[in-house]
Design a protein. Structure first.
Length: 109
């Protein structure tokens, strides 16, 4: 299943639901197929995503070339590995734009 994060502040961010759910947890939101980040919640979501991105970059940098994964399991089977920071960055950018323009971010199926 696909989940789309939307805000009138910037373009949509589309993700597989398993990835979107993981990022919702990181942001401190309930894992739901539809939801909202209110204007008041944007700064905390940004802080949490940035912390998770920094932690993931550090963890990934500590791995040798041979230790870095090539594949990962997804909701629909095995797929090429994509790091958390690569997945979270477009969402972080959307949320940062939303904060600048004082617009909420919503998601849904």
């Amino acid at each position: 299943m696909i989940i789309t994060f939307k805000s009138s502040a910037a373009g949509d961010v589309i993700m597989f639901s398993d990835v979107a759910h993981r990022l919702m947890q990181i942001m401190g939101k309930d894992v739901t197929d539809k939801g909202i980040l209110t204007i008041e919640q944007l700064p905390e979501a940004i802080r949490r995503l940035k912390a998770a991105i920094d932690e993931d970059k550090q963890r990934f940098a500590a791995l040798s070339e041979e230790e870095r994964p090539l594949k990962e399991k997804g909701a629909s089977g095995e797929r090429s590995f994509v790091s958390l920071y690569q997945r979270a960055t477009p969402l972080l950018e959307l949320i940062e734009w939303a904060q600048k323009k004082q617009k909420p971010v919503v998601w849904g199926v």
